[in-house]
Write a protein that binds this ligand. Structure first.
Ligand code: SAM
Length: 235
């Protein structure tokens, strides 16, 4: 891919499958994400460069938005390192500021394209879990390549997850839930794990699925939320 003429801020990582959304946010002087925010740019650091020594378990959330799940997960799972990969710099900065304020050292936010990061910056079978909550549905036909759950995603996830590791997904969008069930359910690399869905829901906030900002909003609106866990199968 080549940059359109005159676009000096163009980043090919954010144009895989079409341009991802960006929202900027003015820093007011009290916000300081410090070392809890990494701007990936055109050459983001690999996962093993971001995870401090001593963490045996590493999980990634793709599209954490304002970071409610990563914040809760760093509290619920102090021995696990949580990396939130967010395309929108403003959201990632806000989430990283909150994480810094929490005083916990087992998490980080990175600005990058989450799917591409799994493909080219995560060592094989390095992850215990991947979380994707309320992914953008991109309803227009011409935008469908921007969706996370396209046909290539099981292989991308399987390479990054250890055998027995889990993908956790939640969505309010019935059509997108159908696409997730079709893409993941038809893959021979994963199996749906309903026992794991029940287990993590019983454990409560920060283990998987909950809490997220969109979950709260959609629950208040009375929408049906579908939650799935898929377990990675051995080779
Ligand atoms: C609908 S919001 C959901 C936010 C959060 N998961 C929640 O439940 O509150 C989707 C988020 O995914 C981010 N996003 C979309 N595509 C992405 C990608 N390829 N990599 C990383 N983040 C992405 C968007 O910027 C947005 O913040």
């Amino acid at each position: 891919m080549t940059a359109p003429d005159g676009d000096s801020g163009w980043n090919p990582r954010m144009h895989q499958g079409g341009k991802l959304a960006f929202r900027s946010r003015v820093q007011d002087g009290t916000d300081d994400p410090g070392a809890f925010l990494v701007l990936g740019g055109k050459d983001p650091p690999a996962l093993h460069e971001l995870v401090p020594a001593g963490f045996d378990r590493v999980e990634i959330e793709i599209g954490p938005g304002k970071g409610a799940f990563v914040l809760a997960a760093t509290a619920a799972k102090p021995d696990t390192f949580l990396l939130g990969i967010e395309a929108a710099t403003g959201y990632a900065s806000l989430a990283a500021t909150r994480l810094r304020q929490s005083g916990r050292g087992n998490g980080l936010f990175l600005v990058d394209n989450g799917k591409l990061y799994l493909q080219d910056r995560v060592d094989e079978h390095a992850l215990d879990a991947v979380h994707v909550y309320f992914p953008d549905p991109w309803p227009k036909r011409r935008h469908k390549g921007r969706r996370f759950f396209t046909d290539d995603v099981p292989a991308v996830l399987w390479r990054a997850l250890r055998a027995g590791g889990h993908l956790y997904v939640a969505t309010d969008n019935a059509a997108y839930a159908g696409q997730v069930a079709r893409v993941m359910g038809h893959s021979d690399l994963f199996v749906r794990d309903e026992a794991e869905e029940a287990r993590v829901l019983a454990l409560g906030a920060g283990h998987a699925f909950s809490p997220t900002n969109f979950e709260r909003k959609y629950q208040e609106e009375g929408r049906v939320i579908r939650r799935y866990a898929f377990r990675s199968l051995p080779a």
